[in-house]
Design a protein around this ligand. Sequence first.
Ligand code: IPE
Ligand code: IPE
Ligand code: MG
Length: 244
Amino acid sequence: MENTNLPTHVGIIMDGNGRWAKAHGVPRVMGHNAGMQAMKKIVIASSEMGIKYLTVYAFSTENWKRSTEEVSGIFNLIVKYVNSELEELDANNVHINIFGDYSMLPKASVDAIDKMIGRLENNDGLIFNIALNYGGRDEVARSVREIAAQVAAGEKAPEDITEEDISEHLWSGSAHFNVPDVDLIIRTAGDFRISNFLLWQSAYSELAFTNTLWPDFSEEEYTSILENFGSRERRFGGRIGEDK
Ligand code: IPE
Ligand code: IPE
Ligand code: MG
């Protein structure tokens, strides 16, 4: 693909696995399995196109409201993903970060994630961030707590707290993985909302919505959304071509 104006950081709200399962008359967890197959393709496609950062929304802090059966089904799929994809991810020089506290997941999932992070640690191709037990508000609250602790310790004055300080303490921040703000957020499955994804980092993101259910999302559709992004004019509150 000839696209000279690729986003540096793409975020994807991978929605519609449940509706896909319903449409196919299969259990919801099979929809999540089909969603994982779609994710595999999009990760490799992103790597091949030269996208630098990809963040996918895999499980939100609100998704715990679902049945135990569905939640554990999703966590089991993580183990399956690691076992089947680790070699290929490594061969593609993919690096993985987790945005979210995954320590309360079942031990098998935590172990699989730790193994994957460790194995891919020194890779510097695509930086693939998996938002897992992730919430945008939770992330800002964590950042504020860390900064408040610095204030309480007398290391920082309240009036010196900046936007950069808040950014720094997010999962994406320099205190963690140093991932830049997201340029483009894609949401599948027809809903027009953010659902607590990258709230702080999306201040000036471009948004793209499609009715396609996540398991049916193809490389072709991804490419066409990226091409459309390339033709958008981003102003960040200013005016194009005008100096002060
Ligand atoms: C997205 O698919 C995956 C997760 C939220 C884990 P859903 O399971 O939300 O699918 P729908 O929205 O019910 O179709
Ligand atoms: C957002 O989808 C979370 C993920 C894709 C992991 P949801 O299905 O949880 O969002 P709502 O409930 O429709 O807003
Ligand atoms: Mg959903």
